[in-house]
Design a protein around this ligand. Structure first.
Ligand code: AQP
Length: 332
């Protein structure tokens, strides 16, 4: 089978709806058809300052949420990035193959560093996409299931894989992004011109899956809609309603056209009330399952230990090929 690799940061505590619909939901589906590797990327987390104790507990929390979302350790390899030292090792080689100007063009760095103040941004934040390149190439992934905001980083990964292969001989699989159109970008509920994000969204615009379900329902009900009254998918002219329709459709499996019909002649209020219910039905069991995994840290840690072992076997093999190609003298 083809292989997939993807990662999620353990920084915010709760996953938000954008993380789930844009990425994690695809991960769950792909474990059925692909050889799937999924990682909690704690090395990426420290590109911004983290409290050590919180980072540790958020890493477990991220793994618990992935399991609660439906990842099955029998069907995929779930591991913590720092448990596999090869990520940092291959990242160094990739750093040395990346042009400074090329790295400077990464828009996510520009956004995140400008929010922090460019002078305070770490060099790690700057080279973050290159660590991500290493994450993907180590597993010879064919596809990378992510949200639209990651497309540029996957492009960089392809460029670097081709560059390495061209310079040193065929070594890495050149991966393709796996981005589903309908959920590629979930928008902020209060400002549907920006993506839902832990750092840019206001609390009312951001749905955290672990929040109190009633609070979540309230956010849905007070989501910004558009002028007019018609419930119709039109991302350009009705971004607010279109975002709600995408979310509703994905969570229930009902087609957007079907929903348009269902709400024909009804107001925005009816749609939001129903979507609030849908959301409660989704987050309530998600929260419970997450808590169950957290209540049993031994099981959780042993899942992660087994995952790390499986991941390392693959990563070590790729890294040793890369070391040899580059010309490092083997240690005797
Ligand atoms: N709004 C979104 N719509 C669709 N997909 C999204 N993703 C994030 N936001 C959306 C996808 O979630 C995956 C994990 O992302 P991450 O761990 O890198 O978190 P992030 O992208 O840093 O999340 P945020 O909220 O967007 O954080 P900030 O505010 O720091 O930028 C990725 O596949 C991502 O595409």
């Amino acid at each position: 089978p083809l292989r997939v690799l993807s990662g999620i940061q353990p920084t915010a505590g709760s996953f938000h709806l954008g993380n789930y619909l844009g990425a994690v939901r695809q991960w769950v589906a792909l474990q059925e058809t692909h050889d799937a590797f999924y990682t909690v990327v704690d090395l990426h987390a420290i590109t911004l300052p983290q409290d050590p104790a919180e980072l540790r507990s958020n890493t477990r929390l991220a793994a618990a949420q992935l399991l609660a979302a439906g990842l099955d350790p029998e069907r995929c390899t779930l591991f913590v990035q720092s448990h596999v030292p090869e990520h940092a090792q291959l990242a160094w080689i990739m750093n040395c193959l990346t042009g400074f100007g090329e790295a400077s063009r990464m828009t996510q760095f520009k956004d995140k560093s400008s929010r922090q103040g460019a002078d305070r941004a770490s060099v790690g934040l700057f080279t973050y996409p290159i660590l991500q390149v290493a994450d993907i190439l180590l597993y010879q992934a064919n596809e990378v299931p992510v949200g639209e905001d990651q497309r540029q980083h996957i492009e960089l990964t392809r460029d670097l894989a081709e560059r390495f292969n061209g310079r040193f001989g065929q070594t890495f699989t050149v991966p393709a992004p796996h981005i589903l159109k309908e959920t590629a970008k979930i928008y902020d509920l209060q400002d549907p011109s920006i993506k839902m994000s832990k750092s840019a969204s206001t609390p009312k615009g951001l749905i955290n899956l672990l929040d109190e379900p009633r609070a979540t329902a309230k956010k849905v009900k007070s989501a910004v809609t558009d002028t007019g009254t018609e419930i119709r998918y039109d991302a350009e002219n009705k971004p607010g309603i279109s975002n709600l329709l995408s979310i509703y459709s994905t969570l229930t499996g009902a087609g957007v056209a079907e929903l348009e019909q269902k709400y024909a002649g009804k107001g925005y209020g009816a749609l939001k009330t129903d979507l609030a219910e849908v959301m409660i039905d989704f987050v309530t069991p998600f929260r419970e399952r997450t808590q169950q995994y957290l209540d049993d840290p031994e099981t959780l840690d042993s899942i992660l230990a087994k995952g790390a072992e499986k991941a390392r076997a693959v990563a070590a093999e790729t890294l040793s090929q890369a070391y040899e190609k580059v010309g490092f003298l083997p240690a005797k």
